[in-house]
Design a protein around this ligand. Structure first.
Ligand code: ATP
Length: 283
């Protein structure tokens, strides 16, 4: 059974058609990243799946249940999901430990509080008041609150916004650990490297519609895209787009009789492909 099954999902706010017919299946144990520009409809979609927003039409099943009918009242269903929203409300007068410990009480099978604090890298801040945390540390606490209930399905809405590069890497390691436990994860992110590092599949959404769903390696024909070979020839930099970079490099090797000056061979990054897909060119 798929963890998430969505067909024909639609949602408007007055004249704004935020979600315009989305179909989406996410397998149990899969890490799926939803990508799209600001206002594309990601949060609306995710919040409908979480049971926080009403849809206008379409069919939605999350862990086998309709989040609108079952989710609101269904404590058992909510117990099985973890949520990290874009921003959380403040409970500034509690410590990190107290907050996570308090939240663990809402779940029937919570994870160990110390272990969770350790896994998000907040050991040294366990007894600090929340209002004294930095932005990135607050975000780590949000992630801790999302996983304390030991969820089968975890929703992460832009989880690493405000993280420094080191914290992002350790967050990625945490997600890999959760993957190892079989947790299904639906992630929204604006960081293409994050999607590439973590996601089994990505879905690109624009203007409320899914443009493509694919693996990060294959999105937008990336795996078969031409390579760009560049090198220096005297005073000038030369470049050539080719389906056969190896042949071209061989030819250049012969031409230069050895080392090719300033040689690079590149293929489009996930970000290049994504920007092309949503209609923004780098040039
Ligand atoms: P971001 O990357 O900025 O978080 P998003 O992809 O999550 O964007 P949504 O928040 O789903 O986008 O918004 C989709 C569209 O719906 C936008 O045009 C937004 O202005 C509109 N919208 C979202 N929530 C509401 C609301 N509560 N009332 C009215 N319009 C809304």
């Amino acid at each position: 059974m798929n963890a998430i099954e969505v067909t024909g999902l639609r949602k408007s706010y007055g004249q704004v058609h935020a979600v315009r017919g989305i179909d989406l299946s996410i397998a149990t144990g899969e890490i799926f990243a939803l990508l799209g520009p600001n206002g594309a409809g990601k949060t609306t979609t995710v919040e409908i799946l979480e049971g926080f927003r009403r849809r206008d039409s379409g069919d939605v099943r999350v862990l086998g249940f309709d989040p609108h009918n079952e989710g609101r009242a269904g404590r058992e269903w909510r117990n099985r999901i973890g949520i990290v929203l874009q921003s959380t409300s403040d409970s500034g007068d509690l410590t990190v430990f107290e907050t996570i410990d308090h939240f663990s009480g809402y779940y029937s099978n919570p994870r160990n509080v110390e272990e969770v604090i350790n896994s998000v890298g907040l050991d040294e801040k366990a007894s600090s008041l929340i209002r004294k945390l930095s932005g990135g540390q607050r975000r780590r606490l949000d992630v801790a609150l999302g996983i304390i209930g030991n969820p089968e399905l975890l929703f992460l809405d832009e989880p690493t916004t405000g993280f420094d590069p080191e914290a992002r890497r350790s967050f990625w390691a945490l997600i890999e650990k959760l993957r190892g436990n079989g947790t299904t994860i639906l992630l929204t992110t604006h960081y293409l490297d994050e999607a590439e590092a973590l996601a089994d599949r990505v879905g690109v959404i624009n203007n409320g519609q899914i443009i493509e769903i694919s693996t990060p390696a294959e999105l937008g024909g990336r795996s078969t895209a031409q390579a760009l070979v560049t090198w220096r020839d005297g005073d000038a930099m030369k470049s050539e787009a080719t389906d056969n970079p190896t042949s071209l490099v061989k030819k250049l090797t012969a031409q230069f009789d050895g080392e090719i000056p300033e040689l690079t061979v590149t293929r489009p990054s996930l970000e290049d492909i994504y920007l092309t897909m949503i209609g923004i060119s780098r040039e």
